[in-house]
Design a protein around this ligand. Structure first.
Ligand code: 5GP
Length: 129
């Protein structure tokens, strides 16, 4: 049974794409902690982030760094925070979260909700950087 993120990779489930190459995909989190909250995934499904091979782990972090720079330019924030959780979706991923303060990366906080148009606008602002 493919993960929900594999279904996103395959185009079975829509997402707001931010960046991709042959190996990795970045897209907006559907239940974000902040505007511009992005998930970075390997297209090949691996459950646990720390089971990724050395070379994949290295390349996904470089890919995430480039995405983080784009988010930082598009979304007003002090820093881009990084989190590895994986308790909800068993497909390795990195959370990239624009931070104004530490509360912005508190996963116990209620998530924000945006309309499809608002998500599309956020994605457009990040991708056009
Ligand atoms: P974690 O597994 O790191 O605890 O959390 C998984 C994250 O994936 C959550 O922040 C959740 O909002 C996000 N997520 C779960 N399902 C979907 C989906 O179908 N689309 C998108 N864009 N994000 C999702």
């Amino acid at each position: 049974m493919p993960s929900i993120f594999s279904k996103i990779v395959d185009g079975e489930i829509p997402c707001h794409r931010i960046a991709e190459n042959e190996e990795f995909l970045a897209f907006l989190d559907i239940n974000p902690l902040a505007e511009g909250h992005v998930l970075v995934i390997p297209k090949t499904e691996v459950d646990y982030f720390f089971d990724l091979d050395d070379d994949v782990l290295s390349r996904i972090n470089i890919f995430a760094r480039d995405v983080a720079h784009k988010i930082k330019k598009a979304i007003p924030c002090k820093r881009i925070g990084v989190a590895i959780i994986g308790l909800e979706v068993a497909h390795a991923h990195i959370h990239l979260i624009p931070l104004q303060n530490i509360a912005d990366i508190n996963f116990e906080r209620p998530k924000l909700s945006f309309t499809t148009e608002e998500f599309a606008d956020t994605a457009e602002r990040i991708t056009r950087v």
